[in-house]
Ligand binder design. Structure first.
Ligand SMILES: [Zn+2]
Length: 127
């Protein structure tokens, strides 16, 4: 059997408040979202048959991302306008720093601000 690279993903949710600075619309007022985050890493399964233990990916995202921004006011944490795009890029950096210590690559991140509005970041756009 050919052992190719396999993508594995986990989905998380977190609740955060923000307001958008310099934005002319409803999001200029302080409000909250239940964000949904999907993180995908890719690698070849090792001799144990695993690309990465789902629990390891879970721990990385919980420690590097959720502990810092879940139930927080994002404008107090970030020195950038906390749009979905910018939060996604920040999450990418937090997670990538840890994934780079493994044999896997961070492939894709999807961040939903609402059930119908989301951003996507792909590895090829971050190189
Ligand atoms: Zn908003």
């Amino acid at each position: 059997m050919k052992i190719g690279r396999v993508a594995i993903s986990k989905v998380f949710t977190f609740d955060s408040a923000h307001r958008l600075v310099g934005y002319n619309g409803k999001c200029k007022e302080i409000h909250g979202h239940t964000y949904k985050l999907e993180v995908t890493v890719k690698g070849k399964p090792g001799s144990d048959g695993l690309v990465m233990d789902f629990n390891e990916l879970n721990d990385i995202v919980k420690n590097e991302v959720l502990k810092k921004i879940d139930h927080k006011y994002l404008n107090d944490i970030f020195d950038f306008n906390p749009t979905c795009e910018m939060i996604g890029l920040w999450i990418w950096e937090q997670v990538k720093n840890k994934i780079d210590n493994t044999s896997c690559t961070l492939e894709k991140l999807v961040l939903w601000e609402t059930p119908t509005s989301f951003i996507t970041i792909d590895r090829k756009d971050m190189e």
